[in-house]
Design a protein around this ligand. Sequence first.
Ligand code: HEM
Length: 332
Amino acid sequence: MRDMTPLPDAAPPVYTPFEHGRYDVTPGLLVLGRHAVQGRAESHVYAFDRQLPEFVRAKVEVRARLHLHYVQAALPPDLRRAALEAFLAPLARDSGGAVTWDGQRLANAWLGWSARLDLERGSVEGLRRKDGPLAHLVREVEPRDALDFIALNVPEDLTVVARDPATQEDWQAALHVCFPQGWDPRDKVGRSFAAVHAPVGGAGALLSAASRLTTAMTTKGPFVRFAWGLHASGGFGAHPALVHEEVRDFDPSSTWLRVERQTLAPLPGGAGAVFTIRPYLTPLLEVADDPSRRERLALALVSMKVEHLRYKGMTSWRDDVVAWLRGDHPGR
Ligand code: HEM
């Protein structure tokens, strides 16, 4: 019988982390469920909304070169199990029951598939397929393992941070990142927080706080944080091995605000953390529709220093965006 579970129809929110009128490279860690995000507390990890089909389609598409996106380094079985459990726990709640995990099987009524996950071995077994409104998108997909399967069921990218409680050393133990914005997961795997963030422009304070931040992410939280930028492409991400963002003249009609909503949750015993990343793309024309938002974005762009502009690839066109935002008729 045809599965009639309706797809989520909520519009994705427009997050505007620049609203305070400043670009900064700060931790910005908000306690999930406690601190307000744009006026209201958010407790979800996964955001299921009407963009779900686009995310599934895009995740299936990158599978032709999955090795560019899915990498692991020294992921101990105990940590893998804890991370899988942490990724699975919020699924039913955040999906409104369309995705369920009963401790053995993960079932997704939208994708019309279910599978048994062996958390000890990290494997996916006995994949079953039936009808579902998005079942056609995953008909040919063979998940590689449990983490890969979980990632296919959510819009978010997923990563696992490991931390050795004895030495306090941390490293990225697994990245399942389909939508990296200008960075290569293969450059980050096995690396520490400090090494991962070394290329970030103006990250001096962030790097000095690396030890404190890895302690926070592995022992406190859960947290939510946001990152943002303007980009010439409206794709969910830009893997440097696949996409070369061109230096170009500013064109408001082909510029997007890209915001990442990221969550962090600690794993038992301070042994690591799970990290999720969900990109939100909004055309700049739409962002600029609101005059107060427009000026705050202009202020935030003006506040960017040379090193921020260089890192964000905006050196040649930041002033043009600001002039356009402050012009008389920046609307459509
Ligand atoms: C306490 C937690 C974290 C904080 C405060 C933090 C902070 C930041 C900041 C401020 C940036 C620059 C954002 C911008 O483009 O404006 C950044 C970039 C980045 N972060 Fe994090 N981050 C955290 C956790 C993580 C984790 C767990 C990963 C694991 C993969 C990660 C991976 C990255 C990557 C890959 C970049 C881009 C680096 C590049 O361009 O080469 N971050 N982060």
